[in-house]
Design a protein around this ligand. Structure first.
Ligand SMILES: Nc1ncnc2c1ncn2[C@@H]1O[C@H](COP(=O)(O)OP(=O)(O)OP(=O)(O)O)[C@@H](O)[C@H]1O
Ligand SMILES: [Mg+2]
Length: 409
């Protein structure tokens, strides 16, 4: 499964980069040193996964990068048992999200929800929100832990990983031939016997294999929500899953951007002075996405000497890693999806449904338009704006600019 850095490991990596005066890219980047010392050509994606601990990377690559940074991989990598939020206090500065946390707490405490989906674009803050939630409600449960998953993993493996942590019989003698049905039943039993809070955290994916596992996953989640157990699974997912609401036992939260006051705090803590209006404009540019905002903050500090207004007076800057996220989405979209996004990108205003139909009528059969709109919205690539009683659609500025500048095609 590979290795990724723990929170402390991530900090040690950042310190080592600074102390050894490495750069994050280009000539004096550790990637270059790995190439020279080990003859391995690692990609920027691997590098980013390593420094930001976004996802596991191959052990060999992890060790090579640690060696270059003069770090002991054993002290840097996350230990499986440490990857649980159980009762650990939150170690990081957490901004905003009060209304979201209130809703989530409500669903757990009052409604005793069995399944909660936290959905949204890459970097929008799903994992952090789930961690904060665990911090707030873990005392209501016998135990709580977080488990990473990917849609590319076989569902059997995901369930087996959970069982290893919740079923001691299973953990001591894993029967690899046990049927999927049995594994599912065992898990429900464990979730019935104890009150467990599980955060199932989408950590990485292989979009090519998404379709199959996505449907399998949906079937299993339906079971988790229908069976009368006393636990709760909070799942973070980039794609909104289509789950029926069962007696309020299933809830789904589509995560939007950080609010203005949270953005002001985020900037102030990094030494950037900023008022509510600048925060609103910055938030609009980057969809309030904390990951993107952190990247923007680095640009403001590095190129604008901390002058937020100066940064905002220029045309939108899109850091390469942000562009890469959209490119990955784009590469897996159909021609219909792309045609629709291009039409929206060409308009300054949100388009009403009937306007969109007219603009696309020459390229796309009407029956496909609704499906494409629905799908793009689930992937957070398209925004729904309510204009009176009517729905209109628009794009976030970053995606709009990338399409306008023909960066994705
Ligand atoms: N509420 C918050 N306060 C402060 N920083 C935040 C907050 N939410 C997210 N962040 C920052 O944004 C980064 C991305 O957040 P997170 O990992 O939760 O996103 P995600 O939606 O789970 O992304 P992915 O889809 O890639 O898994 C975090 O590493 C953190 O730096
Ligand atoms: Mg996440």
């Amino acid at each position: 499964m590979g290795l990724k850095a723990s929170t402390q490991g991530k900090e040690a990596i950042a310190k080592a980069i600074k102390a050894q005066e490495f750069r994050l890219n280009g000539k004096n980047c550790p990637l270059q040193a790995v190439k020279e010392s080990f003859g391995e050509e690692l990609s920027e994606t691997t590098w980013e996964r390593f420094i930001y601990a976004k996802a596991p990377i191959r052990e060999k690559n992890f060790n090579a990068l640690c060696k270059i940074l003069q770090l002991d991989p054993k002290n840097i990598a996350m230990r499986p048992e440490a990857h649980c939020f159980d009762s650990a206090p939150m170690q990081f500065r957490f901004y905003g999200r009060e209304p979201e946390l209130q809703a989530l707490e409500h669903w757990i405490k009052r409604d005793r929800c069995r399944l909660i989906l936290i959905c949204g674009l890459d970097g929008i803050g799903k994992t952090w929100l789930a961690a904060k939630l665990t911090d707030k409600v873990h005392d209501r449960f016998d135990r709580s832990f977080s488990q990473d998953f990917s849609y590319a993993q076989p569902i059997r493996e995901i369930i087996a990983n959970l069982l290893r942590r919740v079923d001691s019989d299973f953990a001591s003698g894993i029967d690899l031939h046990e049927s999927l049905l049995n594994l599912r039943m065992r898990l429900i039993k464990a979730l019935t016997d104890q009150r467990i809070l599980i955060t199932l955290n989408e950590s990485w994916d292989d979009r090519d294999r998404l379709q199959d596992s996505y449907h399998q996953m949906q079937g299993w989640l339906l079971e988790l929500s229908e069976k009368a157990h006393q636990s709760c699974v909070v799942m973070t997912t980039r794609i909104e899953l289509d789950m029926p609401i069962i007696e309020k036992k299933v809830q789904s939260l589509k995560l939007g951007g950080l609010c203005e006051s949270a953005i002001v705090q985020l900037l102030n803590d990094k030494g950037i002075t900023c008022n509510l209006d600048s925060a609103r404009r910055l938030g609009e540019r980057y969809g309030g996405n904390p990951s993107a905002l952190n990247l923007a903050v680095s640009l403001i500090i590095k190129h604008y000497g901390g002058d937020c207004e100066g940064f905002l007076s220029r045309t939108i800057m899109i850091p390469p890693s942000l562009e890469e996220i959209y490119r990955q989405h784009w590469d897996h979209l159909s021609e219909t999806h792309k045609a629709l996004l291009k039409q929206l990108a060409a308009c300054q205003e949100a388009l009403l449904k009937e306007e969109l139909d007219v603009k696309l009528s020459a390229e796309v059969p009407a029956s496909e338009i609704d499906l494409a709109v629905f799908d793009l919205e689930r992937r957070s690539l398209l925004e729904l704006v309510q204009e009176g009683s009517r729905s209109a659609y628009t794009l976030q500025p970053v995606l709009q600019r990338l399409i306008q500048r023909k960066k994705l095609v």
